[in-house]
Design a protein around this ligand. Structure first.
Ligand SMILES: [Zn+2]
Length: 259
């Protein structure tokens, strides 16, 4: 079987629990025996964000043991850059946290492989690549944002845009509980009854559409100034917080990486 290592942690005296993402079985934990011994030849292949091939031996109790681990792609290049490592670390954490054990999803597996391969070819990365990965991931996980019409009154995206152009105080919003965009008047109504309708402009909605539909290469070359980045990033970050059961560090604050 092929899989990407998501994490490793110590277990018993000489063993480790390795969490691996595969197309066939989703996220699962396996025991790697004896990896903490210096002589173990498996150790370096089991670094997070490595694509490996492996076999499984069913053990006593509920454990599955890794056998015959072979590196397939180690993505050597991306490990040489600190900004890229930040992005990888965050993406691994998001997958590890958000995926349910044993739920196969080959789209997410393919999404992540394409991401690692792409990052491995880049001399420089930008933070927008992490925003793009996270919104694509959440979209695959069943939280695809609805961007074509107001999720309350069904006014179309085009009508919402025209409304905004004719009067810029008619700013639409993003209604997290409804899973998508909301027109200015429905937003005002939701806010009046105390619900969260996050204000967002047409530009952020456009950028969100673009990130969901585009290749990694197109994301890298997408023109976005600092302020525009900040606005769309904030929206994605709040969206992710809303759909997670945990707190996330704000990756927009990693000053090391350009936006
Ligand atoms: Zn509406």
């Amino acid at each position: 079987m092929y899989g990407i290592v998501l994490s490793r942690r110590d277990f018993r005296e000489a063993d480790q629990v390795i969490t691996i993402l595969t197309a066939e079985e989703g996220k699962r934990e396996y025991i790697a025996r004896g990896v903490k011994k210096i002589v173990s030849k498996n150790t370096s292949h089991l670094e997070p964000a490595t694509l490996i091939s492996f076999g499984i031996a069913e053990g006593k109790k509920e454990f599955s043991y890794l056998t015959n681990v072979q590196p397939v792609e180690s993505f050597f290049h991306l490990r040489q850059s600190l900004p890229t490592l930040h992005i990888i670390g965050y993406s691994l954490d998001a997958l590890f946290t958000m995926l349910k054990e044993g739920e196969a999803d080959s789209d997410i597996y393919q999404l992540y492989i394409s991401y690692l391969r792409f990052l491995n070819t880049q001399e420089q990365v930008r933070l927008l690549l992490l925003d793009a990965f996270l919104i694509k991931l959440f979209s695959h996980l069943g939280y695809h944002p609805s961007l074509d019409a107001c999720v309350v009154c069904e006014k179309t995206y085009k009508e919402i845009g025209l409304e905004f152009l004719s009067a810029t105080e008619q700013k639409p919003g993003f209604y997290f509980a409804g899973g998508g965009i909301i027109c200015a008047s429905c937003k005002a109504e939701k806010q009046r009854i105390g619900e969260v309708a996050y204000p967002c402009g047409i530009k952020e909605i456009n950028t969100l559409r673009f990130l969901l539909a585009s290749s990694w290469q197109d994301v890298v070359s997408f023109p976005l100034d600092e302020e525009e980045y900040r606005l769309v990033h904030k929206l994605i970050y709040e969206f992710m917080l809303y759909h997670s059961e945990r707190k996330w560090d704000d990756w927009g604050k990693i000053s090391l990486i350009m936006t």
